[in-house]
Design a protein around this ligand. Structure first.
Ligand code: IMP
Ligand code: MG
Length: 186
């Protein structure tokens, strides 16, 4: 049974995107990516921590030759909005001449992505594309093209499937959205 509502750190969240819909989105993205990289073996870069579950599902639908590394970006801390201050940890292996595929969970202001893209471009990769499970409206205004987007969502705060609220909720198999209604009403 999938609960319709859950509580994390005293905030109420309602079921927003079910596992079955997530699976369909991931399958479609994998088909598009596999088609576009048919003649290349990219280096996939998982943006930790939020993208780890999405990446695990996506990568298992992609060719086994593809290499996987992680990058780390922190901007939200314990808040629900970006601090605007992005800390990065890039892989130590050479990225020059590689086809990079950055795997993100969700793009909101795009500040994290912009910081990552400009840091990665300094290493002169052969190409750099982005796949994100979700994108919020400000992502459309970005100067960076988002090549593969699972779903555009309104500006709601979501948790589950790798995404957290103050580190809680990452292991939820479904995605939940912050409920604006007061608790006890439905
Ligand atoms: P941005 O820099 O505002 O685009 O936010 C980027 C990162 O913040 C994402 O990769 C997520 O890890 C996190 N984030 C953005 N929106 C949400 C959300 O609704 N729930 C949980 N994490 C989020
Ligand atoms: Mg992320």
């Amino acid at each position: 049974m999938t609960p319709e509502r859950i509580e994390l750190h005293g905030k109420c969240f309602r079921l927003y995107i079910r596992r079955q819909e997530i699976t369909r989105m991931v399958r479609r993205l994998a088909r598009e990516i596999a088609r576009d990289y048919a003649d290349k073996d990219p280096l996939c870069l998982i943006v930790l921590k939020g993208a780890f579950i999405f990446a695990a599902d996506l990568l298992r639908l992609l060719p086994p030759q593809w290499a996987v590394e992680t990058v780390r970006a922190r901007s939200y801390g314990m808040q629900m909005t970006s601090s605007g201050n992005v800390e990065l940890e890039l892989p130590t292996l050479p990225l020059q001449g590689k086809h990079l595929l950055l795997i993100e969970d969700i793009i909101d202001t795009g500040l994290t992505l912009q910081a990552l893209v400009s840091a990665l471009e300094q290493h002169n990769p052969a190409s750099l594309r982005i796949v994100t499970l979700l994108a919020k409206p400000p992502a459309r205004m970005l100067p960076i093209p988002l090549h593969y987007v699972g779903k555009e969502i309104p500006p709601v705060f979501v948790v589950g499937y790798g995404m957290d609220y103050a580190e809680a909720g990452r292991s939820l198999p479904n995605i939940y959205a912050l409920d604006s209604e007061p608790q006890g009403q439905s």
